[in-house]
Design a protein around this ligand. Structure first.
Ligand SMILES: [Mg+2]
Length: 223
C-alpha cells in the first residue's frame, strides 16, 4: 500500500502535468532512443549497433536539455531519418501509467484547470495521442516549442505567463525531470511533485527534495 500524499486541493487552481515519464511510461522513449534508433541508424550507415549508439550519444550530449534536443524536426534533419515513422514501428510500447485516467477524471471533477506541459514536439504529441487516449482530459496543451524555451531553462515560466493565465501560488506541477522541477521551484511554483519510477522497466529514481508519486491513487484520497 502506498501512502496518501497530502495535497492542499482547496488552494490549487491549475494543475500542470508533464507527459513522458509522468502520465505516460518513459519506457517507450528510452527504448526508442537507446535501442530502436541505434539499430536503425546502424542499418542506415552499415555500422555496428555499438558504434551507432556511440555516434548518437555524441550527437545528443552537446544539446541535452535544449529545445533542439526535444525537437523532432531537428533530429529528422540532422540524422536524415524519418523519426516519426520509426517511432510508429515500436509504438505498441506507448502506455498510460496506472491510474492516470482516474486521476485526470478526479481533477476534472474538482474543477481544476488541467494543463499538459511538455517539452515534446507537436509531432510526438500527436503520435502519442494516437496510441494513448488521453487528449480530451486536458483543458489546454502547451509544448515548450510554443513557449520558446525548454522547461528546464531559466525564463521558461516567465515566458509561459505570456500564453497561459495562472498563479504560481495556486499551481501544482508534476514532472519526472529533476532539472525541470528545480527551474519551477526557483521560479516559485508552490506545489511540486516528482515521479518515483518514470520508466517501468528501470530502477526507481532518487528525487531528492521532491516528494515522488508512486501511484496516482496517492493523490486521490480526499477531494
Ligand atoms: Mg518527462
Amino acid at each position: 500500500m502506498t501512502q496518501a500524499i497530502p495535497i492542499d486541493w482547496q488552494n490549487i487552481q491549475t494543475v500542470f502535468l508533464d507527459m513522458d515519464g509522468t502520465l505516460l511510461d518513459l519506457h517507450f522513449d528510452n527504448h526508442f532512443w537507446l535501442e530502436h534508433m541505434p539499430k536503425r541508424y546502424a542499418e542506415k550507415h552499415s555500422i555496428t549497433v555499438e558504434q551507432a549508439s556511440k555516434e548518437l550519444s555524441q550527437k545528443t550530449k552537446s544539446i541535452e536539455g535544449s529545445l533542439d534536443w526535444y525537437c523532432l524536426d531537428y533530429w529528422e534533419k540532422t540524422l536524415d531519418m524519418d523519426i516519426v515513422g520509426l517511432k510508429h514501428e515500436v509504438a505498441e510500447r506507448i502506455a498510460i501509467r496506472a491510474n492516470v485516467i482516474e486521476f485526470l477524471e478526479h481533477l476534472s471533477a474538482m474543477n481544476k484547470r488541467v494543463v499538459l506541459l511538455t517539452n515534446a514536439h507537436h509531432k510526438t504529441i500527436k503520435l502519442k495521442f494516437g496510441y494513448a487516449e488521453i487528449e480530451h482530459h486536458f483543458d489546454t496543451i502547451i509544448t515548450a516549442h510554443d513557449v520558446g524555451l525548454a522547461k528546464e531553462e531559466d525564463g521558461f515560466w516567465q515566458a509561459l505567463e505570456k500564453i497561459e493565465d495562472f498563479d504560481k501560488t495556486d499551481s501544482l506541477f508534476i514532472d519526472d525531470n529533476l532539472a525541470v522541477l528545480n527551474t519551477a521551484d526557483t521560479y516559485g511554483v508552490k506545489h511540486l511533485l516528482a515521479i518515483h519510477q518514470p520508466d517501468s522497466q528501470q530502477a526507481i529514481k532518487d528525487t531528492g527534495k521532491f516528494t515522488a508519486i508512486e501511484c496516482y491513487t496517492q493523490l486521490m484520497t480526499v477531494a
